[in-house]
Design a protein around this ligand. Structure first.
Ligand SMILES: Cc1ncc(COP(=O)(O)O)c(C=O)c1O
Length: 418
């Protein structure tokens, strides 16, 4: 390697290691030559080589600068918590009132949940003629904690929980921690297939299933409720489609409904809900306490205010419109499956694409998506597909990312790499 090439390599290493930062000016060529005891013509070739490699830019009369790193805009199609730009402005006024000294003082004390909070939460969760009993509602830190408490109360360690063969990934982690065995059950186009299984309970998502987006028909709901098993019904996505009553309306003594504000409102100040049959509420209250999964009083106070001042309903309504809009962007570009009301969709991959190579190819273009294996109870049996979460990026960034994914799919993996 010629002398100038070795110097160029050294500077390239300094750039790669961050010792020279993007935009930083390199010393004038004459200074560089003197410092390294090389000819001025060699220094000129070193700088020329850096420009040729795309590592530096030379500006006549101004010198040579480390080229600003080419950043790919990151588009997150993995994180599934929609946030509307206007929601902070909608939610702030209620908190301003909550921070009045006398009021804040009260919520800092904690204490028992008020009747007003119970009624407000029951109103929030009510849909299609069903309304939970405010007196037996329980409150958790979030949806995940609500699921953990319900599982711990209904399935003993070593017990078996029947789940849709593709399910919410955190459920897998919670079950593993509680030493509960997951039993994957078959699904069809209408969701979980109603079959008797040797399990202690079922965990199901009848509305806008994560990740497939399936909403079970009324007939299927009746069949699942009719199995006679204890059911944990995850309704975290149900605010996007309130047209069908939960399974709890069909088997009120056997179904625990889980819900949360993380998607309806915002994950940063959230509450989880457990609507349990009277006979189970005490057991779940006990696991909420022993698991330390309960809610903070201030979060409950904020939630109550957001429900009562109408901002929770307005944000949920705006999110329903936003989700439909985002699904339309998908429909115009990709052969994705799912439900036009959901904030996520399911993209089966044409061969020879494999989920892993597709995830990697998307990541190289700054787009994160989730492979089916993350949702599969048995990852080795995962279908060849990815989930796209649509709620995080601004609309134009989403459209651009969907275009990029569509162009990936239009080519063979080997041809798009590199
Ligand atoms: C199906 C499902 N259930 C529950 C949750 C968890 O809710 P939270 O974020 O309130 O813990 C999520 C969050 O992604 C989810 O997708």
């Amino acid at each position: 390697v010629e002398e100038y090439g070795r110097f160029a390599d050294l500077i390239a290493a300094d750039i790669a290691a961050g010792r020279l930062r993007s935009g930083q000016q390199l010393p004038p060529q004459r200074t560089f030559a003197r410092r390294h005891h090389i000819a001025a013509s060699t220094a000129a070739r070193v700088y020329g080589e850096l420009v040729r490699r795309g590592l530096a830019v030379g500006e006549v009369g101004r010198g040579t600068f480390v080229r600003p790193a080419r950043t790919v805009d990151q588009v997150d199609l993995e994180f599934n918590f929609p946030v509307l730009p206007e929601q902070a402005a909608l939610l702030a006024p209620a908190l301003e009132r909550a921070l009045r000294h006398d009021v804040f003082e009260q919520s800092l004390r904690g204490g028992p949940t008020s009747a007003a909070t119970r009624e407000a939460a029951a109103d929030l969760l009510a849909r299609a003629g069903w309304r939970p009993d405010p007196g037996s509602l329980l409150f958790a830190a979030g949806g995940r904690q609500a699921i953990a408490a319900a599982l711990a109360a209904l399935v003993p360690p070593g017990g078996r929980l029947g789940v849709e063969s593709l399910t919410y990934p955190v459920l897998k982690a919670i079950a593993a921690q509680l030493r509960i065995e997951l039993v994957p059950l078959p699904m069809d186009a209408d969701g979980l297939v109603p079959r008797r299984a040797r399990v202690d309970a079922l965990y199901v998502q009848p509305t806008l299933h994560n990740p497939l987006g399936i909403t079970m028909s009324t007939a299927r709901r009746e069949e699942i409720a009719g199995l006679g098993l204890p059911i944990i019904e995850d309704g975290v996505n149900s605010f996007l489609d309130e047209s069908l009553a939960p399974l709890a309306a069909l088997a009120s003594d056997r179904v625990v409904v889980i819900d949360s504000l993380s998607k309806r409102l915002a994950p940063g100040l959230t509450v989880g809900f457990v609507a349990a049959p009277g006979g189970w509420a005490d057991r779940i209250a006990a696991t909420l306490r022993s698991g330390t999964w309960g809610s903070a009083a201030f979060a409950l106070d904020a939630a109550t205010r957001w429900i009562l001042d109408g901002s929770a309903a307005r944000i949920a309504a705006a999110k329903r419109l936003d989700a439909a809009h985002r699904q339309e962007l998908v429909r115009q570009r990709l052969p994705a499956q799912g439900n036009p009301r959901a904030y996520h969709c399911w993209l089966p991959l044409p061969s020879p694409w494999q989920a892993d190579t597709f995830v990697a190819a998307a990541a190289r273009r700054g787009i994160s998506v989730t492979p089916a294996a993350a949702f599969a109870v048995v990852p080795a049996q995962a279908p060849n597909a990815v989930r796209l979460a649509l709620g995080s990026p601004p609309l134009d960034a989403l459209a651009g990312a969907l275009d990029t994914l569509a162009s990936l799919l239009a080519h063979e993996p080997d041809l798009v790499e590199g």
